[in-house]
Design a protein around this ligand. Structure first.
Ligand SMILES: CC(C)(COP(=O)(O)OP(=O)(O)OC[C@H]1O[C@@H](n2cnc3c(N)ncnc32)[C@H](O)[C@@H]1OP(=O)(O)O)[C@@H](O)C(=O)NCCC(=O)NCCS
Length: 183
């Protein structure tokens, strides 16, 4: 599949380019931004360069990653990890702290979910977050996703030894999304 570009009212969602590393570093170096994410801490410029290089080469079938561009600056990213045998995908997102509270994650999520259901055979899209990350699961609710439950005492991928967290899981089914789009 060719790389994909989507437009929303305020955003351009486009493939990452190598020149985006400085924009990514500017927001990802903020420890508050990475508090609930599996990112290195401290976050150095080389981490942004590696993230952008990896994202720019991603497979648009299995791991689509969009740069979220607002006024010609990359202010975040949104991705899907597709599990084809189950026809499911898990969505993840992050927005620069200076742009929090503008509804940008939900705006990007709406476009990406619509694109994913509209162009593939996915039956279900999920998202999950540390239950303490209220900001993240508020986005899932704004997207009309349904809370499936809480996975207790999970081991995060970047965990310190012994660190565990309760993860809240939300999802939306293809039929639900098509129904809500028709409303
Ligand atoms: C989660 C995240 C993507 C939300 O993006 P956003 O575009 O700010 O989302 P919204 O504008 O819809 O705000 C969502 C909630 O965040 C909270 N919020 C908004 N502005 C905030 C701010 N300045 N500071 C703290 N929390 C804030 C509110 O609870 C809001 O819900 P509400 O609108 O019902 O009050 C963003 O906070 C982020 O990038 N966090 C760091 C990365 C991360 O944790 N990603 C998710 C991993 S699972």
């Amino acid at each position: 599949m060719q790389p994909v570009t989507l437009r929303t009212d305020r955003l351009l969602l486009r493939p990452f380019e190598f020149t985006d590393a400085d924009d990514v570093y500017a927001y990802a170096r903020d420890p508050e931004w990475g508090r609930y994410l599996p990112v290195p801490s401290p976050y150095e410029r080389r981490h942004a360069v590696a993230f952008v290089a990896h994202s720019a080469r991603t497979s648009w079938v299995t791991n689509p990653v969009f740069a979220i561009s607002l006024d010609d600056r990359v202010v975040g990213a949104i991705n899907m990890a597709v599990h084809a045998p189950n026809a499911t995908a898990e969505m993840g997102y992050g927005i620069a702290r200076e742009r929090w509270g503008m509804g940008l994650a939900a705006e990007a999520g709406r476009a990406v979910i619509g694109w994913a259901f509209g162009t593939s055979d996915l039956a279900k899209i999920t998202a999950s977050a540390d239950i303490a990350n209220t900001q993240s699961w508020r986005v899932m609710e704004k997207l009309g996703m349904t809370r499936e439950g809480v996975l207790r005492s999970q081991r995060p991928s970047n965990a310190e030894p012994g660190a565990r967290q309760d993860r809240v899981v939300y999802s939306v089914l293809c039929g639900e999304w098509e129904g809500s789009a028709a409303d």
